[in-house]
Ligand binder design. Structure first.
Ligand code: GLU
Length: 447
């Protein structure tokens, strides 16, 4: 059975970069009718925060990326300790005592000599007595996994065939000196025990994958299908890493981005298929294919989310927004007409309020000096009482006759006087919705 997982560390909010990871894993499980696990990688007690766990769940729920199973690494520490013991028993785990400064010095020397900065395994040569002495002097060491020095190969779901020489990679530290189990080991134990069949993650994890494949094999697990998606860049190809903080899902949500817009964009960006608005995850899953993604960095422009958001909103029916309009205070009897008029003139839901305020209170008239007399004349001709759909054409016909103006010179000053802006809904549709028309006063002023 296809099983995937999204494994965020609760040390921050989900942003556009890790959304991609979440979505791809979700879609693979969904398409195959499999299981999607939300795994909270919280082995770091200092940096992990409960508020981030809550925020991650909230973001995923907002997008509809619901999980079939929730796991927390902090509740599985005994499983990791057991795996560590097994690796020790096999001679694949060793304690090392170098300080960060010593390691840094070693790396610098290697680089100076034109060699790759790979850990030299000096700790493997330590005798038990030497280790005991170091432990006494420096406290417990870190635990490193001893890589088999062979080529590690896999068929990557996005990158194609990968081959990494294990000799070019340092033996990874899996347990810190303070006893904290690191993600590299925890993830292997979890993926193996939870039957994870597919892992999609960012291409910054490729080297991790190489070492994890050896660990999975050492622990008799079955190696999942790995795929590494490219990292996102800004629209000009610039690194997004510093800006990711401002591209958190909660910020995009606050800016009014609709979840379907975000999902539709992210499911296609960087693939050979065009971006199309899809209104359900089922539809998105149907058209999703990992093979369509390339390895080149993927350009992301947050502005692309707005046209998709607008398109989603334009397609909503009155029933879809009934409650929202009621909450804004739009009376039920005019709400359907208001929605019909407003929907094509909004990009996000927050644009509804200004249109409703315009209908309810009217707008400060915008009148150019040269149009003052014209507008005053026109306002005098505007009928009192209930305005209907016919009012606009009858009225402008009368104004045209009285003033001789036509076309844009006729319509634009009237729109600006009534709405205070140059653009907006069809005036014929909008006029009957205007509860207050401050421009009516302009007739008096010109007297
Ligand atoms: N917690 C890891 C991260 O956020 C998970 C990586 C993985 O998918 O294995 O980078």
């Amino acid at each position: 059975m296809t099983t995937t997982r999204f494994a965020p560390s609760p040390t921050g909010y989900i942003h556009i970069g890790n959304l991609r990871t979440a979505l791809f894993n979700y879609l693979i499980a969904r398409k195959a009718g499999g299981t999607f696990i939300l795994r909270i990688d919280d082995t770091d007690p200092e940096r992990s925060k409960e508020e981030y766990v809550d925020a991650i769940k909230r973001d995923l729920e907002w997008l509809g990326l619901t999980w079939d199973r929730l796991e927390r690494q902090s509740e599985r520490l005994d499983r990791y300790a057991e795996a560590a013991d097994r690796l020790r028993g096999m001679g694949r785990f060793y304690e090392a005592f170098e300080t960060p400064t010593e390691l840094d010095l070693k790396r610098k020397k290697q680089l100076n000599m034109g060699k790759p900065p790979v850990y030299d395994r000096a700790a493997l040569a330590l005798t038990e007595d030497e280790k005991a002495k170091l432990r006494e002097e420096r406290g417990p060491g870190v635990w490193r996994f001893k890589l088999d020095q062979e080529r590690i190969e896999w068929e990557d779901g996005i990158l194609g065939p990968i081959s990494i020489d294990a000799a070019s990679v340092s033996d990874p530290v899996l347990i810190r000196a303070d006893g904290q189990v690191l993600y590299t080991l925890a993830s292997v134990v979890d993926d193996t025990e939870m039957g994870v069949t597919h892992v999609v993650r960012g291409s910054d994890h490729v080297t991790n994958t190489a070492t994890q494949i050896q660990m999975i094999r050492a622990l008799d697990g079955s190696v999942p299908n790995f795929a590494h998606h490219s990292l996102l860049t800004g629209p000009q190809g610039e690194s997004l890493s510093k800006r990711l903080g401002t591209l958190a899902l909660r910020d995009l949500r606050e800016q009014g981005v609709e979840p379907e817009a975000l999902l539709s964009l992210m499911a296609r960006l960087g693939s050979s298929q065009p971006v199309e608005l899809r209104l359900s995850l089922d539809e998105i899953a149907k058209g999703f294919d990992l093979d369509q993604f390339g390895s080149a960095p993927t350009k992301f422009d947050a502005r692309d989310l707005m046209p998709l958001t607008a398109r989603k909103l334009h397609g909503l029916s009155y029933d879809d927004v009934k409650d929202e309009l009621a909450a804004l205070g739009v009376p039920d009897d005019i709400a359907p007409d208001f929605w019909a008029v407003a929907k094509d003139n909004i990009t996000t839901r927050s644009d509804l309020l200004p249109w409703w305020t315009l209908c309810r209170d009217g707008a400060e008239p915008l009148v150019a000096e040269e149009d003052r007399d014209f507008v005053a004349q026109a306002m005098a001709l505007l009928p009192d009482g209930t305005l209907t759909r016919e009012t606009w054409s009858n009225w402008t016909a009368a104004v045209k006759e009285a003033t001789g103006r036509k076309g844009k010179g006729l319509f634009m000053p009237l729109r600006k006087a009534l709405t205070g802006q140059e653009r907006g809904p069809e005036m014929a549709d909008l006029l009957p919705l205007l509860q207050t028309i401050p421009a009516r006063d302009l007739t008096k002023r010109s007297d």
